[in-house]
Design a protein around this ligand. Structure first.
Ligand code: GYE
Length: 306
């Protein structure tokens, strides 16, 4: 690919790269920041970006990838909405000799030759960090702790892994009980709706674990609507650390956030350039991230970019 002549783009030298990028959707603050990061860094790296939003539907992503193959882009990057069902389309890309980079979310295919690398967070580790905070928070209590869980999109890597990592850590102590666990599809609206249902059927909720900030923020509205105090009557743990989440954390409405960085654009462009030049890239690039309690959120909030 790339034989159509240089455009004199900035940096890198050589011919301009065309990347087809299939995004999951615009379901959360994280996703919005991720899209901006990819678009901004493509511009900075002189990469021509063909971008499409799949509105959280796998069939739309498959269509987008097929259209990128037809257009003979130099490289395809995408964030798979769910883990399963990608083999056929990834084989089509491979047969067309168009390299693929997974960003943010994984696929469950055993055939790792279908993509060049996977750039993103360790979601199991994120779930474990959420569980470790809870274990520490309740270390001096023997009473039962009733937990409700708002899961991300069903079948997605972050929903599967954040659930598994959390369950592994809290499973070591029998006082922790997950009394309800349902998807809120990573959105604020669904988080609110499902939390309202949880509150109706469970009179005694101690903790909410939400797989992202947006669902947690929706749930806060439901909790306040039910006359309870979020962060006090019900302790709340979320994942992401986007600005709205960090604001709620520093206001005391959330108790702990596990960071998940959406700023994957610069690394994605670097990896894409290397792959196209035929350079060796690591099979897995893990994003670095931290955690925030309420005090740390107050410190970090003023300089939070997204
Ligand atoms: O945590 C959530 C978004 O895949 C890591 O998707 C991403 C997740 C993120 O909708 O807010």
């Amino acid at each position: 690919g790339g034989g159509s002549g240089g455009t004199g783009g900035s940096g890198g030298g050589g011919d301009a790269i065309t990347m087809g990028f299939s995004q999951v959707g615009a379901e959360s603050g994280w996703r919005t920041a991720n899209t901006k990061s990819v678009q901004d860094s493509a511009k900075n790296a002189g990469v021509t970006l063909k971008f499409s939003d799949a509105q959280q539907k796998q069939e739309n992503q498959i269509k987008a990838i097929r259209s990128y193959i037809q257009q003979k882009v130099d490289i395809i990057a995408f964030s798979p909405v769910v883990e399963s069902g990608w083999e056929t389309v990834l084989k089509e890309a491979k047969d067309a000799k168009i390299p693929v980079i997974l960003t943010d979310r994984a696929v469950d295919s055993k055939d790792t030759t279908l993509y060049k690398t996977f750039l993103g967070s360790d979601f199991i580790e994120e779930g474990k960090k959420a569980g470790q905070w809870l274990v520490e928070e309740y270390k001096s209590s023997t009473d039962p702790v009733n937990i409700v869980e708002l899961q991300g999109t069903t079948g997605s890597a972050p929903a599967n892994d954040r659930k598994a990592g959390f369950a592994e850590v809290i499973g070591a102590e029998s006082k922790f009980k997950i009394v309800a666990s349902q998807t809120g599809d990573f959105t604020r609206a669904k988080g609110k709706e499902v939390m309202e249902a949880f509150l109706k059927s469970n009179p005694d909720i101690d903790v909410l674990y939400a797989h992202n900030d947006d669902m947690g923020l929706g749930a806060i509205e439901a909790i306040e609507g039910a006359g309870k105090v979020p962060g006090k009557d019900i302790k709340i743990i979320t994942v992401d650390a986007v600005k709205d989440g960090m604001q709620a954390l520093s206001d005391g409405k959330i108790n702990f956030i596990v960071e998940c960085s959406p700023l994957l654009g610069p690394q994605l462009m670097d990896l894409a350039k290397k792959v196209i030049k035929g350079e060796q890239v690591p099979a897995r690039v893990v994003t670095e991230e931290t955690t925030f309690n309420q005090e740390q959120a107050k410190q970090a909030l003023s300089t939070r970019q997204y």
